[in-house]
Design a protein around this ligand. Structure first.
Ligand code: HEC
Ligand code: HEC
Length: 351
């Protein structure tokens, strides 16, 4: 009994601590890879988009050549994270990349799409999973970035600000080339969702959670923590074959299933109506199944706040209007856990 009481008080304290954050802004800090909600005043002044965010510096580059299993070529660290031509470890895994994807373009400061979204379009929690998206949706959302209709609710999110500047500097032709390239690769499983009450301790680097060495844990509370399966392979080597694990609260997948498949009595709308039965996408509507839960929650929250406000976002407004922070977590846990296999041809055929 005493033990039970101890546990439930810990749970209560966590709930109150999290509720405290939500009462201020409802801002899901974990999904944005930060520890504090943005200060209210920050909304008016977006962070500048630094050209060399998070990398480089004046130190001489390390000449050591690094390798990955089964990769024919070796690369230095500087080559791996070269903004205008990052390492392509497995050229056989994807179609030939158009220049804009492989190298970006200079002097307009458009970094290679493959730097952040990876050559295979899998992306990372702090950016976006772009593989398999319908061409029409891809182009539409790039135009939303370009026309200031799609921003982050967190103006400090420097990589989203950079993404906006890339869209503005791209030609229609380059946007279509990138859209066609990423569309050609169907979305497949990349993230393992596990329900836990305690999560390995992590640190945040560049908006992404990385597990600390050692076995220390902390209560998960009302969050999803998404981290590379293998820290060094993702963070140092940018291995496009090494996926992620997402730790979600106990019972969240089942709660999410009810919301996603039935709308839970009018709280939301069944997602399959528009996103397809397996959430793999339908016609021009993008796939969401099996994709990064941090990304999914950021987008739903950005649509709630209106930071993401393209013409197609109208369709999502009633879907997200009544969802609480806990609902967003449950929905994302379920959606991310949906097994995805190569999408049917009919999905990618839509132009
Ligand atoms: C510096 C990292 C970075 C680079 C390089 C980059 N992006 Fe992005 N991209 C992002 C971020 C960050 C987001 C939005 C994530 C958010 O706001 O939550 C994004 C989102 C997107 C989306 C929206 C995906 C969706 O599901 O709606 C598309 C499409 C996209 N990028 C295309 C591109 C293309 C094309 C290029 C190459 C010209 C590119 N990106 C280069 C960081 C990057
Ligand atoms: C009435 C149709 C409709 C329903 C129902 C619907 N969606 Fe959407 N959803 C869309 C459209 C259209 C877009 C593209 C919005 C845009 O471009 O801004 C979208 C976009 C999204 C995105 C952003 C995808 C990305 O790659 O950035 C997420 C996440 C999402 N929906 C989740 C859901 C979830 C979860 C549900 C169910 C609870 C749901 N949607 C129900 C039509 C719908």
């Amino acid at each position: 009994m005493r033990r039970l009481l101890g546990v439930s008080i810990v749970a209560l304290v966590c709930a109150v601590a999290n509720a405290g954050v939500q009462a201020v802004a409802g801002f899901p800090v974990w999904a944005y890879g930060v520890t504090e909600p943005p200060p209210p005043a920050a909304a008016a002044t977006p962070a500048p988009a630094p050209a060399g965010a998070g990398r480089g510096g004046a130190a001489a580059p390390d000449p050591t050549l690094l390798s990955l299993p089964g990769a024919a070529q070796q690369f230095t660290r500087a080559q791996i994270s070269n903004q205008y031509g990052p390492a392509d470890w497995y050229p056989g895994d994807h179609p030939p990349m158009p220049d804009i994807v492989a190298k970006g373009k200079q002097p307009q400061n458009v970094a290679a799409c493959s730097l952040c979204h990876m050559p295979n379009g899998k992306g990372r929690p702090e950016n976006a999973p772009v593989a398999g998206h319908p061409v029409e949706y891809f182009i539409k959302t790039m135009m939303d970035f370009k026309n200031d209709l799609r921003k982050s609710s967190d103006p400090r999110k420097a990589n989203t600000n950079r993404m906006i500047s890339f869209a503005k500097a791209m030609t229609d032709d380059e946007i279509r080339q990138a859209a066609t390239y990423f569309n050609a690769m169907p979305w497949t499983q990349w993230i393992r969702v596990v329900e836990v009450s305690a999560v390995p301790k992590t640190r945040i680097q560049g908006g992404m959670f990385l597990r600390l060495d050692g076995r220390e844990t902390e209560p998960l509370g009302n969050r999803i923590i998404e981290a590379p399966e293998e820290t060094e392979r993702t963070e140092v080597l940018r291995d496009p074959r090494s996926g992620f694990v997402a730790y979600a609260p106990m019972g969240s997948i089942k709660r999410g299933q009810a919301l996603v498949t039935t709308g839970s009595g009018g709280k939301t709308t069944a997602c399959g109506n528009c996103h397809g039965a397996n959430l793999q996408g339908m016609g021009p509507v993008p796939g969401i199944g099996g994709r990064s839960p941090s990304y999914l929650v950021r987008q739903m929250y950005d649509m709630q706040t209106g930071a993401r406000n393209g013409s197609w976002s109208e369709l999502m407004k009633p879907v997200v209007a009544k969802l609480t922070a806990e609902d967003l977590i449950s929905i994302a846990a379920y959606v991310a856990s949906r097994p995805q296999t190569a999408a049917p041809a009919s999905q990618t055929a839509v132009r």
